[in-house]
Design a protein around this ligand. Sequence first.
Ligand code: PEP
Ligand code: MG
Length: 576
Amino acid sequence: METLQGIPVSPGIAISKALIVDNEGFMIPRYYVGRDAIGDELRRFESAIEAAANEIATNRHSVTAQLGEKIGTIFDAHWQMLRDPGVRHGVETLIRECEYSAEHAVTSTFDTFANVLRRSPSPILAERAHDLSDLERCLLRHLTGQAELDLANLTSEVVLVAHSLTPSETAKLKPAWVRGFVTEAGGAGSHTAIVAKGLEIPAVVGVGRFLTKVSTNDLVIVDGNTGAVIVRPDEETLARYQTEVQKQRSLAERLHLLRDMPPETKDGVRIGLMANIEFPTEVAACLERGADGIGLYRTEFLCLDCDAPPSEDDHYQAYARVVRDVAGRPVVIRTLDIGGDKAGWVEGIENERNPVLGLRSIRLSLRAPQLFLPQLRAALRVSMLGDVRLMFPLITTLAELRQAKAFLAEARHELDSRNEAYRRDLPVGMMVESPAAAVMIDRFVGEVDFVSIGTNDLTQYTLAVDRGNASVADLYQAADPAVLRLIDATLRAARQAGVKASLCGQMSSEPVYTMLLLGMGLREMSIPPSSIPEIKRVCRHVTLAECERVAAHAMTLDNARDVETFLRDQYRQLGF
Ligand code: PEP
Ligand code: MG
C-alpha cells in the first residue's frame, strides 16, 4: 500500500482500477516488466523504431511529392532524432537497468531530452522539443499498437492517473466510467479542477511525481475530500473507505430532501443560489439540485476543442438550449474567457511566457472581432427566449469595459440591419476578478447593471500565485485578508450604487466560507450544482446577525491561516 497526498479539488471518493495515461492521451500498459521480460521489451522497442522509420520515410516521400523537396526535408529532423545514439541509449538503459516497459522508457527518455531542449536559449533548439514529442507519439503508437486513447470512449470503470489533464480533456470524461482522477501537476484553482467539480468526478491534483509508483490495473482510492490517494490499499483501509462511501451516499440522500426548500436564513432572508456551468448538458443537474438559475455560463468551453472559431449559429444553438432548459430562470452568459489554462486553438497565444498575464479573456476578445461579434450577436438574439444577462470577464480598466460595450453596440447595429429581434434592455455586467477592478469598483458600478466576483482569479492576481501551479498551491488562499478586503470593498460599492452583486468563484461553493460571505453582505452566489445542497443547508441554519459577527471578526485577523481556523471552528459549531 502506498499513500500519497495531493490537493483535493472535487469531493467524493472513488475506488477503482488505475488507468495510466501519459500526457498525449496514450494508455501506458505497464510500468515495470521484471527481469525475464527485458529481452522482449528491447525487441519491441527495436521494432517500434523500424516502424517509425518507415512511417517517417513514407511521410517524407508523399510530402515531397506534393509540396517539393524543401518542405519534405522537415522530416529529416525526425529521422536524425530517431537515429540519435543518445536517445536510443537512454531508452535501452532504462529497460535494461530499471526494468521499465518500453513505453515507459520512451516517455521518460523523451521527457528528459525535451526538457533540456525547451530550456535552451536558442529558439531553434527549443522548437526541436516539438519534433521530439511528435516522434515520441509516433513510437508510442507503434509500441501500444493503438490509436491515441479516446478518453471519451472508455467502457470500463477506472481511476485515471496522469501527469496532467487539460480542461478540455477533463471535459470529455464520462463520469459513468471515470470514477475519479489523480494528476501529478495542477492546483486548486485550475479549470481542470473546476470541470471535475462540474462533472462530479472525485479528483486530486498536484500530487507530485508518483506515476512510477502505480501500474495500470492497480486498485486506487481517490479521496477528493482530503486529497489522499491510496495505491494498492490493504484490506483494512479498503473496508474503511467502503464504509465512508456508504456514509456519503446517505448524507447526499439527506441533503436531497432540501431540494424544494428555499435557501433562506433562519431570520427569513432569501439567498440566491445560482449554478455555474461549462456545458448546456449540465443544466439538468442544476435543476435537479434546485438552482435558482445559471449565474455563470463559461461559454469558452464551447470552443476549446475546435479548430476554428464557433459561428454565430454555434453560439446561438448552445445558448438557446440552456435558456430553454432553465425554463424562465435567469442565465448569465459570460463572454469568451479563452487563454491562461484554457488556450484552445487560438493562434498567437500558445507560446506566451506568462499566459495568465497575457492575451487572455476580454483582452483577446477585444482584439479579435471575428471571435467576439458573433458571440455578442448570438447572446443578443437569444435574449428573446428568456431572462438572459451578459457578463464580461477579467475587466481590468474602465477603457476595456467601454470598449466591450462598444462592441456590443456594434453587434446590435448589425442585428438591426438584419432586422433581427433582441432585447434592447439586456442587462450587462462584469466580473470583478482583477485587483484593479476591485480597487476602482466605485467607478465601475456606475457603468454596469451587475457585478460578479471571480475569486478564483482575484486570489491569483491579488496574491501573485498561479492558480494552477502545484508548487505554490499552499499560497493560493481565498481567505487571505487582502482578498477579503477586495471582496468587501466590491460588495460595499455595489450596495451603495444599488447594483446587484454575486460571487461565482469556487470560494462560494465551500460551506466553511458561507457565514463569512453572508456576513459581508453577499446575497447571491453562483456555485457548481453539486455544492448547492450543502450551501443551502448552511444558509438555513444561520441568522444574518450571526454571520455579521463572524465576518466582522474574520476581517480583524491578519493572515489566511487564522481566518481559516476561525471559520472552520464556526462551521463546526453549526453541528452538522
Ligand atoms: C473566477 O475567476 O473566479 C471565475 C469564476 O472565472 P474562471 O474560474 O472561469 O476563471
Ligand atoms: Mg476567472
